[in-house]
Ligand binder design. Sequence first.
Ligand SMILES: *Cc1c(COP(=O)(O)O)cnc(C)c1O
Length: 340
Amino acid sequence: MARSELTVDLAALRANVRRLLEVLGDSELWAVVKADAYGHGAADVAHVALEEGARALCVATVGEGVALRRSFPDARVVVMSTSQDADLDAARTARLELAVSQPPFPDGLPLHLKLETGMGRFGMARLPEPLPANTVALMSHFATADTDPAFAALQLERFRAIAGAHPELTAHMANSAAALRLPSSRLGAVRVGLALHGLSPFGGDPSADGLRPVLAWRSRLEQVKLLQPGESTGYGRRFVADEATWIGLVPVGYADGFRRDLTGTAVLVDGERCPVVGTISMDSFAVRLPRELPRGTPTTLIGDGLRAEEHARVAGTITYEIATAIRARSDRVVRSVVDG
Ligand SMILES: *Cc1c(COP(=O)(O)O)cnc(C)c1O
């Protein structure tokens, strides 16, 4: 038996794509599947997204794009991050489209010119003249779509002032948060990642936006023991029992992606919320039990109503980092795909 199991629910994914298409109206949905689809599995997610009506796939690197091309001979695949010169031949061979944020502008493949409008990261302050003949789109990226709508609106205004002169090119700027909350940002296409996977870009409950989590992560109690008052569990003795306390040990640790700063978060033991106590080890963590429970009791780390957003809050990070940290491709975890 694997130490833990990841389940990817394609029915939930399908429902999310439909929900997003409903919201988007005339804008195209481009499915962002970088970082192995936020830990969910790029090929599985891309397949469902395209089948349900997404019009392009977006990845971060040429390597990710080349890998997708093998499974999707006809899909548009857009590489959003900067590419190295050494990758250009591979990108052309795989018929990828590239975002570029500075000259020189490569030929032989479609370009998305990236504009700087306030992210302060990659992007050009103004368009080159003349535009490279292989330009197909203009793009920009929001810094605060989830936190500061006024600044997002300012960025959008800057982008439209430039992109408006080129109605023949596809304009795209919105990420999940903007696609959901800033309708005027939807333009020609939106690049949606997190929301597609049923995770909330606002750190709250995704069901508020009609979305369903796609990923579940489950394990079990590997050993159950009674700590006497004064006894501790784990490195550094960070949890010391002040009374007789049942604890369960779950064979998942930070090497699996259950981060070390998740002490204090909750997991579901046989459906009941229980606190993670003590220092999380590389290969296991401890959970405080309400009573003695049998070895093998099912324990849910994410899913069954327990949201990744809650873990993010405890760890002081964002849901993106919780999802992409999970080592879905390691031999410690069994990954299964279900449909409904
Ligand atoms: C990751 C990424 C997105 C998707 O963001 P979400 O918040 O996950 O929807 C969109 N655009 C760019 C440039 C990105 O890097």
